[in-house]
Design a protein around this ligand. Sequence first.
Ligand SMILES: N[C@@H](CCC[C@H](N)C(=O)O)C(=O)O
Length: 274
Amino acid sequence: MGGIEFLKGHGTQNDFVLLPDAAGVLDLTRERVAALCDRQRGIGADGVLRVVRCAALGIESAAEWFMDYRNADGSLAEMCGNGVRVFARYLVENGLERGPEFVIGSRAGDRAVRVNPDRTVTVHMGAARITGTSVAIVGGRELSGVAVDVGNPHLVSTMDDDVSGLELRDQPRYDHDLFPEGVNLEFVNVVGDHALRMRVHERGVGETRSCGTGTVAAVAATLHLAGTDTGSSTVDVPGGTVKVTVDRGDSTLTGPAVFVARGELDESWWNNLP
Ligand SMILES: N[C@@H](CCC[C@H](N)C(=O)O)C(=O)O
């Protein structure tokens, strides 16, 4: 057949099409990514993870493999905390890394991962940097937020009323001067001493059922508001639960990575996309 192989997987229901492309030969245009992720005319996903060797892209890195992440609208992003767990499991289960610990390259830099015996994956996400404050406007409500850089940009708004009541179908408004490249917007309830509930509107996608970098940003922001910069919390998202630890200079994210399908793209469909 010789078609283009794909896998479909998710991390707390943040779902991805994974494209093995060791030699970096796929012509992954913005339109092709958008078509793959479209839930009617494609496979349907929040993003694409291209599995490519760092060397094939001329990237010098301690990592052998590069996670080339694209949002559902075809835009590039620096990092994906749920995607990198799915990516790590793919590498180990397909004999491309021995595991359980190794490093994966991303546009945000190298990320150390560990594939755990229970098939969850722990990722060292690097520093979660507090970069300021701003506001998000959702359904006419102005919500103040803490800006956090986790390799990609986030604005975390904590609120007293239940986040499940928010209308997140439309793009919430935000300060384009502060976030010229766009921003991921998290809405958070503190539900216990070490427990958060979160919804997210992702840059380049819309509302998703989880965002791994967003959960790290949420924990860093709530710790910051409590006057500290280290701590751990679970984060419940619509698609499940992850565990986050924030330290000075590093943070870790632990959560599930699930595969649901494997197949081949129809070549004439792919070739007729711009
Ligand atoms: N879902 C991801 C984040 C994906 C990138 C994000 N939409 C962006 O544009 O920065 C995650 O799990 O971290």
